[in-house]
Design a binder for this molecule. Structure first.
Ligand code: DLL
Length: 433
């Protein structure tokens, strides 16, 4: 179902006209209200009056994750603070988290974007949505919640975890649409099989999955185990959360809500804009947001844009499913983790060398298991085993609080982790995603 045919199926000249008007407003507003952008634009000698066509966006400055961190928490706020009604933050990151502050208008953009997303997966007011994305500062839970409410569906705000209860509710309340990370969906399916529950016999028939990389194989596995159709949904905290782009029934790329989020693909090395069909780094400008709007935000996600018409009738530009990232960010159990965070934490722990190896496995359970091998200083290793045990526990606790995920620490003798003369190999990712 197309939630908003007027905007989703608009002919492109009309949409571009709207986008250009929004862009001019945005640039004017950022110049007036945000010192960070005013300084950047002044240094490039550009103002809103210089924006005549959409292509002029290429003259505007980029925004990076570092810019967001440096301006934490409120430096990029573009409206009076008392107009903010909700705040979200990214999961574990290096240094400070990235923050998205929403006005009521921003929340309405999010509601609309997520309603379009879920309607494209077949959600109607008759659906019962079991929402297993985390609630809290993470955008997944609230985003799917808003989308379902906007459509008029019934929501079960489960959040993630407590799988036995998820399965009980799924059966007793007759959930018809599942929203979760793809790995958690598979984990639940595994638990259901162990408990003798045949998911294929339940009313559940569709799901919106995202927040982490997943493959066509994982999609098939979810579809088979649940007897459902599985849709890919994409988004990021900085831009709005989930709802930036989504698959329709054609599943031939993800439709971008481009009246709100203007996409570009750039060469990550040179910053040059690439044409449709060419792979590069995805960049978004939030055309209509008020709280923390962003100009040309570099997502570090790699994809290409598809401009050929889609059989569903929507005319919005699509992005191919993600191919990866330009940085080393790992997504483990839905949490964003940078290897450098681990390194930083180890440096602060007495007794360890900054030599480590992260080994990630996705076992039978379909959940990610992380083993962190850490080299112990010579003096410590000759110590009695109790001392080592204390150190191991200490590292596990520090990692849990820093990374927000549990890791199993294995202490190894000095000089056992392979040294490299080039880029150190810090991660062995055995997940077959
Ligand atoms: O993961 C928002 C979200 C919630 C999206 C629920 C979809 C569903 P962050 O925690 O800020 O926000 O992480 C954003 O996750 O830059 C991608 O690298 C990755 N990501 C998000 N969706 C997908 C997807 C949420 N469908 C980062 N496929 C993004 C692959 C994804 N990677």
């Amino acid at each position: 179902m197309i939630f908003n045919p007027e905007y989703e199926c608009m002919e492109s000249a009309g949409r571009q006209k709207l986008q250009l008007a929004s862009l001019k407003n945005l640039v004017e507003m950022l110049y007036t209200n945000v010192a960070f952008y005013r300084e950047k634009m002044d240094s490039l000698g550009i103002k809103s009056v210089d924006i005549h066509t959409l292509k002029d966006i290429e003259r505007l400055p980029f925004t990076t994750k570092d810019d967001l961190r440096l301006n934490y928490p409120h430096g990029l706020l573009a409206c009076p603070k008392d107009r903010i009604v909700e705040v979200h933050m990214s999961s574990g990151t290096t240094g400070k988290p990235v923050v998205d502050e929403y006005t009521m208008k921003d929340i309405n953009i999010w509601r609309e974007s997520m309603a379009r997303t879920m309607a494209a997966a077949g959600c109607t007011k008759d659906d019962i949505v079991q929402n297993c994305y985390g609630y809290g500062l993470f955008t997944g839970g609230p985003g799917a919640h808003y989308g379902a409410l906007t459509i008029g569906a019934e929501v079960l705000p489960m959040s993630s975890g407590n799988t036995a209860r998820q399965l009980m509710v799924m059966q007793d309340f007759g959930s018809t649409l599942l929203t979760s990370t793809p790995s958690y969906a598979l984990y639940m399916a595994e638990e259901a099989a162990d408990a003798g529950i045949d998911l294929r016999k339940l009313p559940l028939c569709k799901g919106c999955f995202g927040a982490e990389p997943w493959s066509e194989n994982m999609r098939k596995e979810i579809e088979n185990r649940y007897g459902m159709k599985a849709y890919d949904i994409y988004g990021l905290t900085e831009i709005i959360g989930p709802g930036v782009s989504f698959e329709c029934e054609a599943q031939d790329g993800l439709h971008i809500n481009e009246d709100f989020f203007y996409p570009e693909i750039i060469d990550p090395e040179t910053g040059k804009v690439l044409p449709p069909g060419e792979k590069g780094e995805l960049v978004f400008t939030t055309l209509t947001k008020e709280g923390t709007p962003l100009l040309r935000y570099r997502t570090r996600d790699i994809t290409y844009l598809i401009t050929e018409p889609c059989s569903c009738g929507r005319t919005t530009v699509r992005m191919h499913r993600l191919f990866g990232r330009t940085d080393d960010m790992l997504i483990i159990r839905g949490v964003n983790v940078f290897p450098s965070q681990i390194e930083q934490a180890l440096i602060e722990i007495e007794g360890t060398e900054p030599q480590y190896l992260i080994v990630i496995n996705r076992g039978e359970s379909h959940l990610d298991d992380v083993e962190l091998q850490v080299e112990v200083k010579k003096e410590f290793f000759s110590d009695e085993t109790r001392g080592l045990e204390v150190l191991r526990n200490r590292i596990e606790n520090v990692m849990k609080s820093r990374l927000q995920i549990s890791v199993k620490v294995k202490l190894v003798e000095p000089k056992t982790i392979e040294r490299s003369i080039g880029k150190a190999r810090r991660v062995i990712d055995n997940r077959k995603i």
